[in-house]
Design a protein around this ligand. Sequence first.
Ligand code: GLU
Length: 315
Amino acid sequence: MTPLAATDSAIPAPALYRGRFAPSPTGPLHFGSLVAAVGSYLEARVNHGEWLLRIEDVDDPRTVPGAADGILRTLAGFGFEWDGEVVVQSRRIDHYHAALVRLQLDSFVYPCACSRSEIAARTGTVSVDGGLVYPGTCRSGLSEGRAARAWRLRVPDQEFCCIDRIQGEIRQNLERQVGDFVLLRADGQYAYQLAVVVDDAAQGVNAVVRGVDLLASTARQMWLQQCLGLPTPSYAHLPVVVNAAGEKLSKQTRAPAVDPANAGTLLASAMRFLGHPLPPELYAAPLPEFWRWALANWSMARVPAVRAIFPGSAQ
Ligand code: GLU
């Protein structure tokens, strides 16, 4: 028997880490999104990986004109450096359409005629993200005279398990805790769940680091990846910043914009929030010095495994 050539037995090179930050341009960058940007960026860089940017403006009614440019300018002002072109979801509608067609051909999705009030009249079961579990009314076909409003993905009565790199083991039964969920909305917009799965795969993202508010979406995204034959990335959900009332910082809770003029203080707060307090002598350091320290000291293991933190005077 001829011995194997060195190349035949060579161990394949490990895949390049590819992470991303995917802000929705529903308003300016606030402290909560800065924390997600810092965590995803440092984790990508310490793994010698890429950090991609994607503007998630697929939800047209919530998109604020000019917000995407403002977010990019702000990120640059904080010293973030991203790889490649910025992907913009509103320019990728054809890809979401193609994915939906594929799901239609495979009968993974079905048209649904239910309005919100009809769903509310049929179920009282609250879903993992505070909505209602879809009771499956249109699952076996539309009733006579009913017109399709949306397209829903069938979900299995099966427990999904994900080992989140920060939050640990997460289990969710999609049928009982979410129900068949919408991929194409009644207003003609593709849903976040579909766009995020299509785009993470198209961009080759293999490591997702984002806020814990999206933890409950992970099982839906894993199921959608399976239906479309796409790989599942690793997931790490960072704690989210809440205000004194316990609400997540967002445009809805009037979170103030972060200003690169205060980059040093804000980055120090973000690092403290993520379990990496800065040495006092670095408080007033120039940005390159801050980033050098952050890269040399970042460890995901130090990020607190909690869902929410009220940082008090952080911003
Ligand atoms: N666009 C989402 C947000 O701004 C993030 C989606 C994700 O990271 O999967 O909250």
